[in-house]
Write a protein that binds this ligand. Structure first.
Ligand code: FES
Length: 102
């Protein structure tokens, strides 16, 4: 299991945007725990596998930020499951999901 993310970058490069990364960013901002900073990110050079999301971990745990390819925003529950695996304070995520009506 990778260390929990402190920050999440959602690629907003043109290839990922064509695959809906703007909607993905909006959804991650709503579902992610408040302790995790969510930001727009530039191209991660893995365009054919997008939309791509980078999970930044604490410096002392870091052996490179981890990129997850092909993150779907179509089912918020799938996204919530990914965030629960990767983020600090995962207990906040189901509450955020409920607030979305899921
Ligand atoms: S546009 Fe997203 S990885 Fe290149």
């Amino acid at each position: 299991m990778p260390p929990p993310a402190q920050k999440i970058g959602v690629c907003q490069g043109k290839h990922c945007r064509k695959r809906g990364s703007a909607n993905l960013l909006a959804l991650i901002e709503q579902v992610a725990p408040s302790s995790v900073f969510v930001k727009r990110a530039g191209c991660m050079d893995e365009c054919p596998m997008g939309p791509n999301v980078r999970f930044y971990v604490k410096k002392e745990d870091e052996d490179g930020a981890r990129i997850v390819n092909g993150v779907s925003f179509k089912d918020p529950k799938d996204l919530a499951a990914l965030l629960e695996q990767r983020c600090n304070d995962p207990e906040e995520i189901p509450v955020n999901l409920l607030a979305l009506g899921e």
